[in-house]
Design a protein around this ligand. Structure first.
Ligand code: ATR
Length: 279
């Protein structure tokens, strides 16, 4: 067992609620693996307390934190320095505190998604990618796909949100929600960023009959691990990339900033986190 000393580096994840977060499990797995004197703890923080908790963490010598719902926008407002990705999102999920008392922030979801595709042997550059959804997750995924030279098309139940997203991104096409499955043969990759297929939500049948045999299908939902979309794709013999990879890869940058090691995403970690999702 890894013991922590008085010199331990401490980071946290802040959310409300926070019990569902897999981040403590994942970061503490890496801390053990790399024998790092450190800890990563869950903090249940209400919106009205967010700023004072951040101040307190800095005063107490924390290295930084992840933030999740409902703090991503408030965290962005707290930052002294943000990168281009964070500016496009207007929100951050990863903060690190520097010696000079400054707060740096970024949003790692989109980069984590692209890294997960890369890890599965998919290079997005030049690929025609259809993104289902136009919420916060779609925004970070679409932005990072475009940054890596993919051609992105957005389709969303509420057309106005798709239009707003494409306008904010500064590029990209739009397909009507009613007809995206008829146009599927025009795409190399299909990404679901909606909550359709998530455990506990209504059933949804994805119609993939117009997919080309080379279509790569991915979902950012990871509970269940094989979502209805991935199951439909596998039934057709299509290549799939599961959402769990994005969760694991998005965590790497924070860990590197706080603990000084770029941690590996491998099958041992994936199975460890996947097993925790069954409980
Ligand atoms: P997140 O930040 O996780 O992306 P969000 O901003 O609430 O969450 O976005 C959820 C996405 O799932 C949206 O694209 C939403 O479509 P609308 O913009 O039309 O609401 C999509 N979504 C959720 N439930 C859906 C459903 N039953 N059918 C189609 N799309 C759905």
């Amino acid at each position: 067992m890894q013991l922590i000393t008085g010199k331990a580096k401490i980071a946290a994840v802040l959310g409300w609620p926070i019990e569902h977060s897999r981040s403590p499990l994942l970061h503490n797995f890496w801390l053990q693996r790399y024998q790092i004197d450190g800890a990563y703890i869950p903090l249940a923080v209400k919106s009205e307390d967010f700023k004072s908790v951040i101040k307190g963490m800095m005063a107490a010598g924390f290295k930084g934190c992840n933030v999740t719902i409902p703090h991503k926008e408030a965290a962005y407002q707290c930052c002294d320095y943000v990168d281009e990705t964070a500016k496009k999102m207007g929100s951050v999920n990863t903060l690190w505190f520097t010696q000079d008392g400054k707060i740096h922030g970024t949003s790692t979801d989109g980069a984590g998604f692209v890294a997960s595709l890369n890890d599965s042997g998919v290079n997005v550059s030049g690929k025609k990618i259809l993104v289902l959804g136009a919420g916060g997750a779609a925004r970070s995924v679409a932005y990072c796909l475009q940054r890596d030279s993919a051609q992105v098309t957005i389709t969303n139940r509420t057309l106005k949100r798709a239009e707003q997203l494409v306008q904010d991104l500064g590029e990209g096409d739009i397909l009507e929600w009613q007809s995206w499955n008829q146009e599927l043969d025009k795409f190399d990759v299909l990404v679901n960023t909606t909550s359709l297929g998530m455990e506990g939500k209504e059933d949804f049948q994805f119609d993939l009959k117009n997919a080309s045999p080379d279509l790569i299908v991915t979902d950012i939902v990871y509970v269940p691990r094989v979502t209805p979309l991935l199951a439909a794709a596998q039934l057709k013999g299509l290549k799939t990339v599961e959402g769990l990879g994005m969760l694991l890869h998005q965590a790497r940058l924070g860990f590197t900033q706080w603990f000084g090691v770029d941690p590996k995403v491998d099958s041992e970690l994936t199975e460890f986190v996947a097993n925790s999702l069954k409980k």
